[in-house]
Design a protein around this ligand. Sequence first.
Ligand SMILES: *Cc1c(COP(=O)(O)O)cnc(C)c1O
Length: 383
Amino acid sequence: MGQRKIIDFIQNRENDGLLRTLSVVEKYAPGKITVAGKEYINFSSNDYIGLAHHSELLNVIRDKGLNVYASASSRLMTGTGLLHNELEIKTASFKNKEAAMVFNSGYQANVGVISAMVGKGDAVFCDKLVHASIIDGSLLSGCKLYRFNHNDPAHLEYILDKYRKKYDRALLAIESIYSMDGDRAKLSEFELIKEKYDLIGMVDEAHATGIFGKNGSGLVEEEGNTASWDIIMGTFSKALGGFGAYIACDIITKKYLINTCRSYIYSTSLPFHVIASDIKSLDIIKEEPVRRKDLLEKSVFLRNNLKSIGLNVLGESQIIPTVFKDAHKTLEISEKLKSKGHWVTAVRPPTVPGGTSRLRISLNYDHSMENISDLVNAIKDCI
Ligand SMILES: *Cc1c(COP(=O)(O)O)cnc(C)c1O
């Protein structure tokens, strides 16, 4: 792209109300952020159950007595320490699978795993709303990519009937809780289709881990069948308050991926204190179920209140997307809310489909009922 093209691109984005910019956060506090000297209630973070500020996670570095910061090596060289090993064992048990692999981020996990599991001559069948990293992994693999209508098992079957037989290996990729719509995948229906059409089943639990399921391991634990999903992916970077990601799978798949997954092989392993805090977060999920229970109760309260003032609210989780359609209008409401001290980011295309711009409100364990009622009143005043 020449310089002119770059400038035009930016100008067009700006004209369409779609230009993205960074806001520098000067201070983070439970449920709050400070930007340009002003404090806001933060309704845009994925720190759903407030673990990012949990004293036990913050204390973990000291408690572990670590005398080294990072391994300065990839996992296959000398970057697998005892802590990395412990985290993988613990994650496997948390997800009720034989094995687990820890990745440096969820983005790297999806891109690396999908591009290793399928290649030229194979196919990926994914939901239209899956995360960018799933799309990018599929494109990188060189496979054929089919996208079915959101959370629509019948449409998936229609596509599979037509095309499945053309391919040797085929992978089904869905999320369990969708990041921008906050709704639940019809897991049991997808599980049946996965078996019927002999697909590799992959489910991304980035937004379900730590929140759903009796043990907090995710929606597959709550209403699915762990055995049906060959690869269960999730992150330590959202509800778990830390950083990094994982997949849980069987031992054979792990052996294969250790030898083929380029984002696992060719990247320095995460620093030890990050891994130690990820381990601790799994303990806290077990020990403090009140966090997820409370979060989901507040989410029902907020969703019902927004619906009662006539808004188009999606989802059934701690993610409460409120759709205003037009990008300019959504941005304007977001700015008005900011002026009242509520930080709610406007999510616009290309992150979401055209004409579905929305406020993506996400709740946090540390939000008080008063914070939530204030938000509802502020939105009422802005629309
Ligand atoms: C956030 C997210 C990822 C990426 O995880 P990071 O650890 O932030 O890289 C992957 N999938 C989904 C559905 C996500 O929401």
